[in-house]
Design a protein around this ligand. Structure first.
Ligand code: NAD
Length: 348
């Protein structure tokens, strides 16, 4: 199978690319603009094979995206390219509307045109998987409630509103034009190669540097954490076994308050470094994020029962792997912290 993957140089996209190159024999074309969060170093081993290529393309550039479809002739598309950081969306929403809404529109137009003119054997198996988030559902006030595939959309931030818009476009292109689509809505991911500004790597790297560990509000906000490799296995399962037109929620059943996550990181680093240091004393409560959702929790029973997917990692095992990875791969995050990963790109 030939799979076109957008956003394949980002955190989840690169985990997907590495997984497919290691465990499957598909041919991959990555479309990625290499924004601040895209990193060629995260996919360097995949690019070294004959089965993976990178097109440095903006998904908002319709003709370039259409050209990628024509030249690559994919059997499937996995759409992950996005602006993904909630805090950045609050400070500057325009780029989120451009990439997440307009970019998805351009991708859908190119996919539709390609699909309608494709030979019957390509048409019959063609799928476009839109990788979305549980944040489109808003937040849960009731501590017993869970997001299911039929929960009404109620996004709170510019990020989640732009992702919700993208989901609506994808469903409309299925209903109106017959494009065979799938949508996944996943909870918070963590793991190796995650950009240092995100919650878990930010805490790990600050703790290692002896800097404050800033926790929003009183730290009681609850997120449902999933290890990134479990997410990419779920995405491949949905792509290959999901029913066209359907939505699948993906989550790890690891609901934790933010403060509990930070405390676990402190414990884990202490263990790994075998140091008596008390990283807990670095925790600082800071002014809450605007519009901060209180609780997300996913009911993932549909993907578990219908497609047989289950996560392999608990939060404890996944967090330990993550902390170990950041300890042993300092070159990867140092070049981001000192900005040299972008200089390397400019100089190329
Ligand atoms: P990321 O920010 O790490 O990666 C995004 C990638 O998209 C980067 O490689 C970036 O260069 C690329 N990109 C951005 N704008 C582009 C454009 N205009 N054209 C082409 N490429 C562009 O994000 P991530 O955490 O890997 O998330 C990937 C997808 O998964 C997103 O759609 C996100 O909404 C979704 N998601 C993320 C999480 C999570 O916890 N990280 C959870 C659920 C869903």
């Amino acid at each position: 199978m030939k799979i076109l993957i957008t956003g394949g140089a980002g955190f989840i996209g690169s985990a997907l690319v590495r997984h497919l190159v290691e465990h499957r024999d598909h041919e991959l074309l990555i479309i990625d603009k290499l924004t601040y969060s895209g990193n060629r170093q995260s996919i360097v081993s995949a690019l070294a094979t004959q089965r993976c290529a990178l097109a440095e393309t903006d998904i908002c550039d319709g003709p370039a995206v259409a050209q990628a479809f024509t030249s690559f002739q994919p059997h499937a598309v996995m759409h992950l390219a996005a602006e993904s950081h909630v805090d950045r969306s609050i400070d500057g929403p325009a780029e989120f509307i451009r990439t997440n809404v307009m970019g998805t529109f351009e991708l859908l137009q190119a996919a539709r045109d390609y699909f309608e003119n494709a030979p019957a054997e390509v048409q019959s198996g063609f799928r476009l998987l839109n990788v979305s988030t549980d944040e489109v559902y808003g937040d849960l006030a009731d501590s017993e409630a869970y997001f299911t595939e039929t929960t009404a959309y109620a996004p709170s931030s510019p990020y989640s509103a732009s992702k919700a818009s993208a989901d609506h476009l994808v469903r409309a292109w299925s209903r109106t034009y017959g494009l065979p689509i799938l949508i996944t809505n996943c909870s918070n991911n963590y793991g190796h190669y995650q950009f240092p500004e995100k919650f878990i790597p930010h805490m790990i790297l600050n703790a290692l540097a002896g800097k404050p560990l800033p926790v929003y509000g009183d730290g009681s906000n609850i997120r449902d954490w999933l290890y990134v490799d479990d997410h990419v296995r779920a995405l491949y399962t949905v792509l290959t076994r999901g029913k066209p037109g359907e939505t699948y929620n993906i989550g790890g059943n690891n609901e934790l308050e933010n403060i509990a996550v930070v405390q676990s990181i402190c414990e884990c680093i202490k263990d790994e470094l075998q140091q008596p240091s008390d990283f807990h004393q670095l925790i600082e409560f800071v002014a809450d994020r605007k519009g901060h959702d209180q609780r997300y929790a996913i009911d993932a029973s549909k993907i578990r029962t219908e497609l047989g997917w289950t996560p392999a990692e608990s939060f404890a095992t996944g967090l330990r792997k993550t902390v170990q990875w950041y300890l042993h791969n300092q070159a990867w995050w140092q070049q981001i912290l000192n900005g040299s990963y972008r200089l390397e790109r400019l100089g190329r």
